[in-house]
Design a protein around this ligand. Structure first.
Ligand code: GLU
Length: 443
């Protein structure tokens, strides 16, 4: 039997979770779940200055929101902890002593350097293939520092020690770490340990080919949470940054992705970030969500907007008719607010257009009478009444649509008119039309 697959995501807490980091976490998680292995979360917080509880929390929250649960790590525990590098001092000291005793280290101005083995190191990468790194020249490849004069540790050393101690079998990380890998392999060799397999996944670049920075739109996972993306859509999008199921499909559910994912299908080419595609995937995922889950996703935005909706279930009929119109849950309050208050405002531009012609008020007055006498109010009966009124007035039904919509919602656009009138109900529809007539007659 093969040994259990163990992968890890090893972020440094910088204060935010970058899409690149989230994609690395996702690929590790998918690999673990596909193979029934373990996904470990390790916080690489040796940089004390930047290391805060909030910075770690952003990462944990982001991963949880994305649904990337870890089998070992912070707040979960496990047999290979602690999972914060800042708490693993003793372990590093032991490995340091091992390297010291075997003659691999020397002091240099208070810092400790690793004496390179001066060999050609071969990285046999699952994604990038076989690459030879010639480390024989000290001019181009000076001995790496592993410990600073103040006693703190350098990334390469603690990263390798932890991968050994945590029994990591596969290191899946960004291609920006490929050039570090020969150094890491030297450390494994000096410590007499079998290195893990490596898979360096392609960089994520902006559409124009520039390197993605922290400030670029779409760079931070918090931004997606705040905009009201669904975790499923973002996961779907991130999975396609450097991987594809090879059958041109793009809209994928998580279960399928877990089934199909493998490192052999990761591309070598850089991935290009495309926020429009991400948004498109979000609309696709939104329409597929069960209504209850959609409501749950929208609720924080609705509450924040101060909409008085009563019981959450009262939102459902409204959400059902507007959801195909929105790309993000953060757009929801603007689409639904007028359903829940009589104190809605009229978009001035829309009102000017809708009430421009003097005959409009007369027509609306006729429509009010017709609506008022509909025996059983529904989308269909409201539509029939409007068509009938239009015919009687010698107008086209279309000419009544915009004035009606603006009257009852204050807005030039929204969900389909008749379902919207059904939800508003007969009384409110009639009252709102009367109110709009009075308001615009005075104007
Ligand atoms: N802390 C490193 C980073 O955030 C981890 C690199 C690795 O995965 O080995 O880039």
């Amino acid at each position: 039997m093969n040994p259990e697959i163990r992968v890890r995501f090893a972020p440094s807490p910088t204060g935010y979770l970058h899409v690149g980091g989230a994609r690395t976490a996702l690929f590790n998680w998918l690999y673990a779940r596909h193979h029934g292995g373990k996904f470990v979360l390790r916080i690489e917080d040796t940089d004390k200055a930047r290391n805060t509880q909030e910075a770690v929390q952003v990462i944990l929250d982001g991963l949880r929101w994305l649904g990337l649960d870890w089998d070992e790590g912070p707040e979960v525990g496990g047999a290979h902890g602690p999972y914060f590098q800042s708490q693993r001092e003793d372990i590093y000291e032991t490995y340091f002593q091992k390297l010291l005793a075997s003659g691999h280290l020397y002091e240099d101005g208070g810092a400790w350097r690793f004496r390179s083995l001066r060999e050609i190191v071969v990285v046999d990468d699952i994604v990038c293939g076989r690459i030879e790194f010639d480390l024989s020249n000290p001019e181009t490849h000076p001995d790496m520092t592993i410990r600073r004069p103040d006693g703190s540790w350098i990334f390469h050393f603690v990263n390798v020690v932890d991968d050994i101690e945590m029994g990591i079998t596969h290191v899946i990380r960004g291609e920006d770490h490929l050039s570090n890998t020969p150094k890491h392999l030297e450390l494994f060799k000096a410590l007499g340990c079998q290195p893990p397999s490596y898979a360096h996944i392609p960089l994520i670049l902006n559409k124009d080919g520039s390197k993605m920075s922290k400030r670029d739109a779409g760079a931070s996972i918090t931004g997606y949470i705040e905009a009201g993306y669904t975790p499923g859509a973002l996961r779907n999008y991130l999975s396609l940054l450097g991987w594809s199921p090879k059958d041109n499909r793009e809209l994928l559910e998580l279960e399928e992705t877990v089934n199909l994912f493998d490192l052999s299908k990761v591309n070598r080419k850089n991935a290009h970030f495309d926020l429009d595609k991400c948004l498109w995937l979000n609309t696709q995922h939104l329409t597929k969500l069960p209504l209850e889950r959609f409501r749950e996703m929208c609720l924080p935005f609705i509450k924040k907007a101060g909409i008085a909706f009563g019981q959450p279930e009262a939102l459902d009929p409204v959400l059902a008719i507007v959801r195909e119109k929105v790309k993000l849950c953060s757009e929801i309050p603007a689409w639904i607010s007028y359903f829940f208050t009589e104190d809605y405002t009229f978009d001035p531009e829309a009102a000017r257009k809708a009430f421009a012609s003097p005959v409009v008020l007369e027509r609306l007055t006729a429509l009010v009478a017709a609506f008022d006498s509909v025996p059983e109010w529904s989308a269909a009966s409201a539509e029939a009444a409007l068509k009938h009124t239009a015919a009687e007035l010698g107008a086209k039904p279309n000419e009544l649509l915009l004035p009606t919509r603006v009257s009852v919602s204050g807005r030039p656009s929204g969900p389909n008119l008749f379902p919207m009138l059904e939800i508003l109900g007969q009384k409110r529809t009639v009252a709102r039309l009367r109110n709009a007539i009075t308001t615009h007659a005075q104007a």
